[in-house]
Design a protein around this ligand. Structure first.
Ligand SMILES: [Fe+2]
Length: 294
């Protein structure tokens, strides 16, 4: 296994060469990869031609798989294209066409273009995400990652003390509201209840590395004990700081890339592509977090 840091002077993003995931990975190699994810937060493998089963088997080396439930999507389970162990972050329907511009699933998935951390709106948020590129867009569709450890380190002393014990409400309702998709009017009361906000701390410490970071996401809509409007001003300022160019890695997808990221340590977003014409087949497996944070 050869490890190539994206930048020699930084511990954000590394490339791993010399492994063929389709052949199966030993326990000692998966332990090494786990340590690299903790250290670099984003780990990239090129040229991994894998099946869904191989991706699931590889993912399970790092923990329990998080299944996409009725609190993470507006799509009916009967409309799913992939197994329930995978999150479909493609723009492709069950009948292999691209989603129409007005399709609610497409509109809901546009939320992936906002900076976020996967499943931060769940009581137990996601740990790692593994994204396999089966078909890539010819133009656009990059994924960007922002390093929340470096963003924390660069905060001034006063801001660090303000956010120290802050608790935020996370919900898909809030991130979709940013796009103008009002779930309150679009969904039934019963469906709407699935998306009730959960509380998460704004500062987290990674157990393995003991590093502190800002646990940010567009799913945040309120700071506990603050007015919603004040909360949004404060969170938007923090997002602006945390997504400055110097904290961001842009991944330009090649077919058969597999990228693992640590949702505890980075935010990510996908960029625009011509999604009503081009096919972008991306399959995600997700590792469930190990604990409730609050
Ligand atoms: Fe995501």
């Amino acid at each position: 296994m050869k490890i190539i840091p994206n930048n020699k002077n930084s511990d954000f993003v590394c490339f791993i060469e010399g492994l063929d995931i389709s052949e199966g990975i030993s326990l000692s190699d998966s332990n090494k990869i786990d340590k690299l994810i903790n250290k670099y937060a984003v780990v990239v493998f090129r040229d991994q031609l894998i099946t869904d089963e191989q991706q699931i088997e590889f993912t399970e080396l790092f923990g329990k798989i998080e299944k996409p439930g009725n609190n993470s999507s507006v799509q009916k389970s009967t409309d799913r294209r992939l197994t329930s162990k995978m999150a479909d972050v493609s723009n492709i329907t069950k009948s292999s066409t691209v989603y129409d511009r007005n399709d609610p699933t497409r509109i809901f998935n546009l939320g992936n273009r906002l900076w976020h951390s996967d499943s931060s709106f769940k009581k137990i948020p996601a740990k790692y995400s593994l994204l396999s590129a089966r078909t890539v867009a010819k133009k656009g569709g990059n994924t960007e990652f922002a390093d929340m450890r470096a963003a924390y380190d660069k905060l001034d002393k006063n801001s660090k003390s303000i956010i120290k014990d802050m608790v935020c409400e996370h919900s898909l309702i809030y991130s979709r509201q940013r796009l103008g998709f009002d779930m309150k009017t679009e969904l039934s009361d019963r469906e709407y209840k699935n998306f009730s906000p959960v509380l998460q701390p704004l500062v987290r410490i990674i157990p393995m590395t003991k590093r502190k970071l800002i646990y940010l996401s567009s799913h945040i809509g309120k700071i506990r004990g603050w007015l919603r409007e004040d909360s949004m001003c404060f969170i938007n300022d923090l997002m602006e700081h945390a997504t400055a160019k110097k904290f961001v890695y842009i991944h330009k997808w090649k077919i058969n890339d597999l990228v693992i990221w640590d949702n505890r340590q980075v935010m990510h977003r996908v960029r625009h592509f011509d999604d009503t014409k081009e096919y972008r087949d991306m399959r995600r497996t997700t590792i469930l977090g190990e604990e409730k944070l609050i």
